[in-house]
Design a protein around this ligand. Structure first.
Ligand SMILES: O=P(O)(O)OC[C@H]1O[C@](O)(CO)[C@@H](O)[C@@H]1O
Length: 449
């Protein structure tokens, strides 16, 4: 597998001589804190060495469980939110056939996979129940805390459906819970009901958990090779274990982010040119937004899907507020392609491209866009990956996770907690009338009058 190569020549005109090099001592310190586990949030650094500490028995158990799921259902529901689903969805979207859920079950030898429990929409849940009514269903419910509202609401409804359809005992065989090893509501229920369980280790936060059973079980059910994903992450581990960032493209990315942020480029726009990478951006947004958005600081992580969004957000990126820089994921050798046929009338004027491949056109669009945006004052960082594969997914995951840790420490925040997510939850529970929130409830309701 060729490594990810970072190319920032379309950003260098925005940098002063030596501006990156002067970050070297700060990078060394951030690297030391990550590896010595002496920095902020050091209770949540289990992901740092994870690619080298894979539990082979657990991997075997995951594979066997995935095979049991593939053989016993038409629809596999993955219930989870945030880091409890985004990594798996990013991988499956990136590695499966683009229309994987639309292709027939027989052709793919894998169930349709739906990620649910990411919203509290009654309409959505009603429609989901209609979708699965006459299907053979199995469920992986994923929650480290076990109490997150959205997956808990979805799981309660779906568990009722399973117990109705298969009986209590039958339902137990169709539910796999991935949660804390000893505490939390989901662990209690799983132990009481006898569900098959997998563990999310205490020292790995949700947004860093894709290389654990959180991501690996759903990914294995999709038919992707989880051994190859882990191999890609292990290659990245070796590539980024040197604190001298001259050859460390991961740390160069972290440094560039920090420099552009301090220059007033406070929004990072992740751009891809392959629809299969759309959800990688969604996973990346949580990873960076939840890690760095603290103390009223941090880059705002945004994403666009090109060339589609050139027709919606292209105007803004070219000509709006100049507080942006772009990070473009470029796939150098897409595995599959198709040529453009000649057309007799040529009314669309495309005959000059007849015989060229669609990826050739995509490549020129990428190059033209990058130059136009750079000229418009938007620095472009390009992350070149050779192909879309399990190894490149694993490599990208570890690249972004490691860069996030370094970047968060360079920013001076704790990248591994998420205190800010509790504020809305407190208000929501009060307004829902949860016991113990009575005082807040009255205050909030008065504000809503
Ligand atoms: O796995 P859990 O505990 O349900 O949490 C899901 C997501 O919710 C958050 O805790 C934020 O509320 C994220 O950090 C996490 O990925």
């Amino acid at each position: 597998m060729s490594k990810l190569r970072l190319d920032y020549k379309n950003a260098s005109s925005f940098l002063k001589e030596g501006e990156m090099e002067m970050m070297a001592p700060f990078v060394k310190e951030a690297h030391r804190q990550l590896h010595d586990k002496t920095g902020a949030g050091n209770d949540f650094l289990g992901w740092v060495d994870l690619p080298k500490q894979i539990d082979e028995d657990e991997i075997q158990d995951l594979k066997e469980t995935a095979e049991r799921i593939k053989k016993n259902c038409d629809v596999f529901l993955v219930i989870g939110i945030g880091g409890s689903y985004l990594g798996a969805k990013a991988a499956i979207e990136m590695l499966s056939h683009t229309f994987h859920n639309e292709l027939s079950h027989e052709r793919r030898k894998a169930p349709q996979i739906h990620f649910v429990g990411q919203n509290i929409s009654g309409t959505y849940m009603k429609h989901l129940m209609e979708l699965i009514e006459n299907k053979e269903v199995m469920v992986n419910v994923i929650s480290k805390s076990g109490t997150t509202t959205e997956p808990a609401v979805a799981f309660r409804i779906i568990r009722g459906f399973l117990e109705e359809k298969y009986g209590k005992e039958g339902a137990k065989q169709r539910i796999i819970a991935t949660t804390d090893k000893s505490k939390g509501a989901l662990r209690t229920l799983a132990d009481q009901e006898g569900y098959k369980t997998f563990v999310i280790e205490d020292d790995i936060g949700g947004r860093f958990s894709v290389l654990t059973p959180v991501g690996l079980l759903p990914i294995a059910v999709s038919g992707a090779d989880i051994d190859e994903i882990i191999k890609g992450a292990a290659i990245a581990y070796d590539d980024f274990k040197n604190s001298d960032f001259k050859d460390n493209h991961c740390y160069q990315y972290a440094v560039l982010r920090n420099i552009f942020y301090r220059k007033g480029k406070t929004v990072e726009v992740m751009a891809n040119y392959e629809p299969s990478l759309n959800y990688l951006s969604e996973w990346w947004k949580q990873l960076y937004g939840e890690s760095e958005g603290k103390d009223h600081k941090g880059l705002f992580p945004a994403s666009v899907n090109f060339t589609t969004d050139l027709h919606s957000m292209g105007q803004y990126i070219q000509d709006g507020l100049r507080n942006l820089f772009e990070t473009v994921i470029k796939v150098k050798n897409p595995k599959e392609d198709i040529a453009l046929p000649t057309d007799e009338q040529d009314l669309d004027g495309l005959n000059y491209l007849a015989g060229k491949t669609v990826n050739f056109i995509n490549e020129k669009a990428l190059q033209g866009t990058m130059l136009a945006h750079t000229d418009g004052g938007v620095p472009n960082i390009v992350l070149n990956i050779d192909e879309i594969s399990e190894q490149s997914f694993g490599y990208l995951v570890y690249f972004f996770e490691k860069a996030c840790g370094i970047s968060g420490y360079l920013l001076g925040v704790n990248p591994f907690d998420q205190p800010g997510v509790e504020d809305y939850k407190k208000n929501m529970f009060a307004l829902l009338g949860k016991k113990g929130f009575e005082k807040e409830k009255e205050k909030l309701e008065n504000r809503l009058k």
